[in-house]
Design a protein around this ligand. Sequence first.
Ligand code: GDP
Ligand code: MG
Length: 169
Amino acid sequence: DLEVAIKVVVVGNGAVGKSSMIQRYCKGIFTKEYKKTIGVDFLEKQICHNENDVRLMLWDTAGQEEFDSITKAYYRGAQACVLAFSTTDRDSFEAIEKWKSKVEEEVGPNIPLVLVQNKIDLLEQAVVEQEEAENLAKKLKLRFYRTSVKEDLNVTEVFQYLTEKHVQK
Ligand code: GDP
Ligand code: MG
């Protein structure tokens, strides 16, 4: 039977939780230490979707979030993308449109995207209003998820949604 493989790129400013999200989803773990991913391009997760095997390959940036330092190889062949920002980092929220343009420029305009606000467990330190985030999602016509990688909230849903979007294309 058919095996679907999907390359997913996860972009956003540094420290929003991209590596943590990939680790959480693929390995089921969360660590507090800020660790740069060394020598690994992506982690894999095998899921079953509508009775088909789907292999998600989640690509992590090697901590090169300086805007133009992410290599072409990172984006090449990407079939879905997470645009991530953090509840406690205003700049990361304001950078989302720039990340979206960058991805669409590198990959093409039809790539399935999803907007993710991570670190929702730190709401008392929030520097982004819920309404602002929802308005951005509306403006950019993106599905919006609020996640806590730490508390394992909504992470699976993000990748489930992207899988569905990919399969429906
Ligand atoms: P990246 O630079 O986007 O890959 O971010 P990291 O995954 O390295 O995470 C940066 C820091 O944020 C680390 O200390 C993580 O443990 C922490 N972190 C990631 N996700 C969450 C979350 O949902 N809640 C909280 N409180 N901390 C998080
Ligand atoms: Mg990282």
